[in-house]
Design a protein around this ligand. Structure first.
Ligand code: SF4
Ligand code: SF4
Length: 204
């Protein structure tokens, strides 16, 4: 018996009594860290409206070009979100996604978060483009997801620019401005640092 075989057997014997580091998935599930980033979820307000206002910030922030959005105008007859627009199409390509969480960080309304769902396997690549219908919380369910872990709670005396305190869109002017209704006047003047560079900027 060569020395290499004895060495190998010794390693095997040494590890035989140790607790395994693997788990028997799916019967057993691994305890995930609190900031684990898995599959995306699109959230709603308590009143059923979708948080997403179709602003494309998440798609712009995505380093992997994994998010595809088509925004549509809300109308009084057909209001989907409290903002001017909503996402008619919202796709996330899980084959491109690197689960960096930039989309979650970029979203001004807490509409998209990465949750603890990691069961993403499929035999077909086209199944791994997740559509809005799969990502959106069902009606009657309103959560803010892992934002709870990520967001530092605001000081109690601070004015709430976004309706995070109540976890819902409360119809107030502040909430409306925060989620994209552009027809409210700013409380204080917006200072432009470079008039020439900023001349095309949308006036508040
Ligand atoms: S987690 Fe990162 S890579 Fe994935 S969709 Fe969001 S921004 Fe893009
Ligand atoms: S950043 Fe948020 S509100 Fe804007 S399109 Fe993405 S998910 Fe929707």
């Amino acid at each position: 018996m060569s020395f290499d075989i004895i060495k190998g057997m010794a390693t095997t014997l040494k590890n035989m009594g140790r607790k395994p580091t693997t788990v028997s998935f799916p019967e057993e599930e691994r305890q995930l860290p609190p900031r684990f980033r898995g599959r995306h979820v699109l959230h709603r307000y308590d009143n059923g409206l979708e948080r997403c206002v179709g602003c494309y910030l998440c798609a712009g922030a995505c380093p992997a070009d994994a998010i595809y959005i088509e925004a549509q105008e809300n109308t009084e007859e057909h209001r989907v979100s409290p903002g001017e627009r909503y996402a008619q199409v919202f796709d996330v390509n899980m084959l491109r996604c690197i689960f960096c969480g930039y989309c979650q960080a970029a979203c001004p309304t807490g509409a998209i978060t990465l949750e603890k769902n990691y069961e993403l396997a499929s035999y077909y690549p086209e199944d791994l483009v997740y559509h809005k219908e799969q990502l959106l919380e069902p009606k009657g369910q309103s959560t803010i997801g892992s934002n709870e872990v990520w967001a530092e709670p605001a000081p109690s005396e601070a004015a709430q620019p976004v309706p995070q305190a109540q976890r819902l869109f409360d119809g107030s002017r502040a909430s409306a401005a925060a989620v994209g209704l552009g027809n409210v006047t700013a409380e204080r003047p917006v200072l432009l640092t470079n008039e020439e560079q900023d001349e095309d900027r949308r006036k508040l």
